[in-house]
Design a protein around this ligand. Structure first.
Ligand SMILES: [Zn+2]
Length: 95
Protein backbone atom coordinates (compact mmCIF):
# COMPACT_ATOMS: atom_id res chain seq x y z
CA UNK A 1 0.00 0.00 0.00
CA UNK A 2 1.39 3.36 -0.96
CA UNK A 3 0.14 6.89 -0.75
CA UNK A 4 1.42 10.19 -1.96
CA UNK A 5 2.08 12.79 0.68
CA UNK A 6 3.48 16.29 0.83
CA UNK A 7 6.23 17.27 3.24
CA UNK A 8 7.86 20.50 4.30
CA UNK A 9 11.14 21.26 2.60
CA UNK A 10 13.85 20.84 5.26
CA UNK A 11 15.71 23.85 3.84
CA UNK A 12 13.06 26.52 3.36
CA UNK A 13 10.00 25.05 5.11
CA UNK A 14 7.64 25.21 2.11
CA UNK A 15 5.11 22.41 2.11
CA UNK A 16 5.79 21.30 -1.46
CA UNK A 17 7.96 18.18 -1.33
CA UNK A 18 6.09 15.24 -2.80
CA UNK A 19 6.88 11.79 -1.49
CA UNK A 20 5.50 8.32 -1.99
CA UNK A 21 4.99 6.67 1.36
CA UNK A 22 4.95 2.87 1.47
CA UNK A 23 3.29 1.51 4.57
CA UNK A 24 4.56 -1.36 6.61
CA UNK A 25 3.54 -4.65 5.12
CA UNK A 26 2.54 -7.53 7.27
CA UNK A 27 4.34 -10.65 6.13
CA UNK A 28 2.96 -13.95 7.33
CA UNK A 29 4.86 -17.17 6.97
CA UNK A 30 3.81 -20.62 8.01
CA UNK A 31 6.39 -22.83 9.66
CA UNK A 32 5.52 -26.47 9.61
CA UNK A 33 7.00 -28.49 12.42
CA UNK A 34 6.24 -32.04 13.38
CA UNK A 35 2.47 -32.08 13.68
CA UNK A 36 2.18 -28.38 14.44
CA UNK A 37 1.81 -25.37 12.21
CA UNK A 38 3.12 -22.14 13.59
CA UNK A 39 2.66 -18.78 11.99
CA UNK A 40 5.44 -16.26 12.07
CA UNK A 41 4.54 -12.67 11.41
CA UNK A 42 7.02 -10.00 10.53
CA UNK A 43 6.78 -6.49 9.20
CA UNK A 44 8.63 -4.85 6.41
CA UNK A 45 9.93 -1.35 7.11
CA UNK A 46 8.14 1.81 6.14
CA UNK A 47 9.73 3.24 3.07
CA UNK A 48 9.68 6.73 1.64
CA UNK A 49 10.54 7.67 -1.93
CA UNK A 50 11.14 11.31 -2.66
CA UNK A 51 9.41 12.26 -5.89
CA UNK A 52 10.31 15.91 -6.20
CA UNK A 53 12.87 18.40 -5.05
CA UNK A 54 11.97 21.87 -3.83
CA UNK A 55 10.87 24.28 -6.53
CA UNK A 56 10.98 27.14 -4.02
CA UNK A 57 14.64 26.98 -2.99
CA UNK A 58 15.84 24.82 -5.89
CA UNK A 59 17.17 21.85 -3.95
CA UNK A 60 17.19 18.55 -5.79
CA UNK A 61 15.26 15.60 -4.46
CA UNK A 62 18.56 13.95 -3.58
CA UNK A 63 19.53 16.93 -1.41
CA UNK A 64 16.11 17.01 0.25
CA UNK A 65 16.19 13.28 0.91
CA UNK A 66 19.68 13.47 2.41
CA UNK A 67 18.70 16.33 4.68
CA UNK A 68 15.57 14.51 5.81
CA UNK A 69 17.59 11.44 6.65
CA UNK A 70 20.05 13.56 8.62
CA UNK A 71 17.27 15.21 10.59
CA UNK A 72 14.82 12.41 11.22
CA UNK A 73 16.43 9.04 10.76
CA UNK A 74 18.91 9.12 13.64
CA UNK A 75 17.95 6.21 15.87
CA UNK A 76 17.54 7.09 19.50
CA UNK A 77 19.16 5.12 22.28
CA UNK A 78 15.78 3.62 23.09
CA UNK A 79 15.36 2.47 19.48
CA UNK A 80 18.77 0.81 19.50
CA UNK A 81 18.03 -0.99 22.77
CA UNK A 82 14.62 -2.07 21.46
CA UNK A 83 16.20 -3.42 18.28
CA UNK A 84 18.80 -5.34 20.27
CA UNK A 85 16.08 -6.86 22.43
CA UNK A 86 14.07 -7.83 19.34
CA UNK A 87 17.17 -9.49 17.92
CA UNK A 88 17.45 -11.51 21.12
CA UNK A 89 20.53 -9.71 22.42
CA UNK A 90 21.02 -8.30 25.87
CA UNK A 91 21.75 -4.57 25.55
CA UNK A 92 23.30 -4.44 29.03
CA UNK A 93 26.11 -6.73 27.88
CA UNK A 94 27.11 -4.39 25.11
CA UNK A 95 29.36 -1.44 25.68
ZN1 LIG B 1 12.94 24.46 -0.19
Amino acid sequence: MAEQQTLDCPFCGKHIIKIMYYHKLKITRSCRGSGTTRTATSFSKDRVDFLTGCSNCGRSKEEVEKEYNNQYKKPSKEDIIKRLREAGLDPSKLK
